[in-house]
Every structure is written in structure tokens, then in C-alpha cells.
Design a protein around this ligand. Structure first.
Ligand code: SF4
Length: 366
């Protein structure tokens, strides 16, 4: 279904009028190869929300273990117990690593992990409690919905009670991983043992009801069709209508090194920028759209500011998951380099905390 010029003009007018787009509109936009047209629409939708501000934060990533019983075809991070490269941090090692690598002005610790076959739920609670004690001013953003479901099983608690216990220990928000692509056809092929879309959405909904903000992601550019991308995005939009608990949407580019999808070519910059643009105009109830520079590359992340993106993530400090899958980006970036990237694009670098309170803004390039 390729849209005529008249239909695209009609769609453009509906976006300018603030009307909600349908699944058919989304599919038609994915079929449109006029990237500058898509950028214009997305930039309009972005400017209405955040003007010239481009957000980033001072964050640090931490992965407690890579030992996993999962079988996700796109994954290059997981190891079996005893396999070369397999590791599991003790609680003390996790805290030492987080503190030792904490950059000045750290506001967020981002903790995601594999599904370890034997670690007890208490370990994950204790890690959060000790991290919070060691870094009391830092926002602990930890665990995916997939991990929360796993904790529910190993802890013998409902997901709601798991979230309550973790919140009491210091958890402030959930990460967005594990969403991949919601369509069952794709999940069966790329992550057959992972929770369903319904379960992922249910856990995020529970978190929102408990006052925990969360992030939404989409792993794109592998086996999914444009219609399945649109379906994914609109399911997120529906939950956001109901709870308002998502802070930001992060499309993540699939990487094809060291995993079972090595034969699948990666999305080109054109496809990445189109995905940002279409996401921005479909997600009329999401305040922010993030280009995670580790996943899409620094140059494409900077260009994505013309395609609806208003957030470049943060300093990161030692990213492992995407680098195991062949990401060629650095494992961290300095705050000054992030500011420079944003200034070069003619925008206002705006340092934020996890929930988008502004910490500081920086001037434009002289
Ligand atoms: S994506 Fe997560 S659950 Fe799947 S194999 Fe990798 S670490 Fe395990």
C-alpha cells in the first residue's frame, strides 16, 4: 500500500492538527521513502513537546551476570555457566564496580542482566539495597519486565509483590528491555522462551500503578515487518493511554555479530532514521524519543535529532550487551562530547535526571 501524494498531504495535515494516526497510517509511513518528508513530520511532533532541548544524563550501566538459560537468537551477551567469559558479580563486587565507575554528577545507575539459573530472588533485592546505600542520591533503574517475571517464579511471589519488595529496597524505575517485537510470530523465532507481549505489558502496567516509571523499547531491523513494528508501537501507545507511566520510547537497532541471526543484515541508517520518525508521529502520548547512541552509532544518533529524537541517553560507562553483538561505538562517552554533539546540531544540551527533571542546560556553540 503506497500512499499517493494527496494521501501523504492529508496525513501531514492531520499531524499538524494534532490528530492521532492509525495503524494503516503508520504502515504507509514506513513504506514512504521520502526521508526528508518523514523528518519534517517527526521534527514538528518533537518540537511541539520539547522545542530545541535535547536531553542526556550522567549514567552508568551495570550488568550483574551474563549467565543465562535463555535462548534468544539475537543475543550475544549470554553465556552458559562455566563457559569462557561467563561471570556473576557478588553483591560486594557489584557495589564496588558501581561506585568505582561512577562519573562525577552521576544521577542514574542502569542495571540489566541475563536470566541466571540459580541465583535467588534475595540476591537481586540485596544488590538494590546495597547500591542505594552506597549511592543514596542516585536513581536506581534496574531490571527488565522479563527479569521481574523470572523473580516472580524463583521468589514464589506475584509480579506486583516482587515490584513492591524491590521498590522498598530502593528501586526507582524499571528498564525497558525484553520487549523486542511484540508479534508472536517474531517472538517464536527470536526469543521463544521469553515472556509474551501481554505479560511484558502487564508488568509495566503494574509498575506504573505502584508509582514506578518505566522505559519502552523495540528491538528492530531483524525479522519483523513494518506492520509488526507498527503493532508494537501502538500497543505501547495503548498502555501509555491507560497509565501514563512510560518516560520515553527507545528503538534499538539489532546487531548481528556473535549470535544466531548473523545472516540477517542490519538496518541501514535510512531505515533507522525512518523508524525514529514514524515512532515519533505515532506515539502522540510519549513525551520523549531516545536515540541510544550505543545502539545506532554516534553519527546516526546526532542525525536522528532531525527525525523526532530529543534524547541521546547518557555517558553510559562500560556498555556490554550491544558491544558483545558487534557495536563499534565507544563503551562510554564524556559529558563534554555529548554536549558538543548536541551543540553541533544547533540544539540546547539539557542534562536531566531519569524522570526528566532538568539538572542543567548548556549554551549553543559560540
Ligand atoms: S536476551 Fe536476555 S534472556 Fe535472552 S539469551 Fe540474552 S541474556 Fe538471556
Amino acid at each position: 500500500m503506497t500512499m499517493s501524494t494527496a494521501q501523504l498531504t492529508d496525513l501531514e495535515h492531520r499531524i499538524y492538527a494534532g490528530q492521532r494516526l492509525s495503524a494503516e497510517d503508520g504502515i504507509a509511513l514506513f513504506e514512504c521513502d521520502n526521508l526528508s518528508f518523514l523528518g519534517k513530520l517527526a521534527r514538528f511532533a518533537q518540537q511541539r513537546r520539547s522545542g530545541n532541548h535535547v536531553f542526556f544524563n550522567i549514567n552508568r550501566h551495570l550488568n550483574l551476570t551474563n549467565v543465562c538459560f535463555g535462548t534468544c537468537a539475537f543475543c550475544s551477551f549470554a553465556r552458559r555457566e562455566g563457559q569462557p567469559g561467563a561471570y556473576t558479580l557478588s553483591v560486594d563486587e557489584a557495589v564496588e564496580k558501581a561506585v568505582a565507575g561512577a562519573p562525577d554528577g552521576l544521577t542514574e545507575l542502569h542495571v540489566v542482566n541475563s536470566l541466571h539459573p540459580t541465583l535467588p530472588f534475595d540476591y537481586y533485592v540485596t544488590v538494590v539495597r546495597h547500591l542505594k546505600a552506597a549511592l543514596p542520591k542516585v536513581h536506581i533503574k534496574a531490571y527488565t519486565a522479563v527479569e521481574i517475571d523470572h523473580f516472580s517464579k524463583i521468589g514464589g511471589l506475584s509480579p506486583e509483590d516482587v515490584l513492591r519488595v524491590l521498590k522498598e529496597a530502593g528501586l526507582a524505575s524499571l528498564t525497558g528491555g525484553g520487549a523486542e517485537i511484540f508479534a508472536p510470530r517474531v517472538r517464536r523465532a527470536i526469543c521463544p522462551r521469553k515472556i509474551s507481549a501481554e505479560r511484558w505489558l502487564e508488568i509495566h502496567s503494574l509498575a506504573h500503578q505502584l508509582g514506578l516509571h518505566t522505559t519502552a523499547t523495540m528491538l528492530f531491523g531483524h525479522l519483523e515487518t513494518p506492520a509488526e513494528r507498527v503493532d508494537h508501537i501502538l500497543r505501547l501507545r495503548a498502555l501509555q493511554d491507560a497509565t501514563g507511566g512510560f518516560l520515553v520510547f527507545v528503538p534499538l537497532r539489532f546487531h548481528n555479530v556473535g549470535n544466531n541471526l548473523a545472516h540477517v543484515p542490519m538496518a541501514t541508517a535510512h531505515e533507522v532514521l525512518k523508524t525514529f520518525a514514524v515512532s515519533r508521529v505515532l506515539l502522540d502520548n510519549f513525551a520523549h524519543l531516545k536515540a541510544y547512541w550505543v545502539s545506532v552509532g554516534l553519527e546516526t544518533a546526532q542525525l536522528a535529532l532531525e527525525f523526532g529524537v530529543d534524547d541521546l541517553d547518557g555517558t553510559v560507562v562500560h556498555e556490554q550487551i550491544h558491544h558483545d553483538a558487534g557495536a563499534s561505538t565507544p563503551q562510554q562517552i564524556s559529558k563534554d562530547a555529548l554536549i558538543r554533539l548536541i551543540q553541533e546540531a544547533g540544539r540546547i544540551p539539557t542534562e536531566r535526571d531519569t524522570v526528566y527533571n532538568v539538572v542543567q542546560t548548556y549554551g549553543k556553540l559560540a
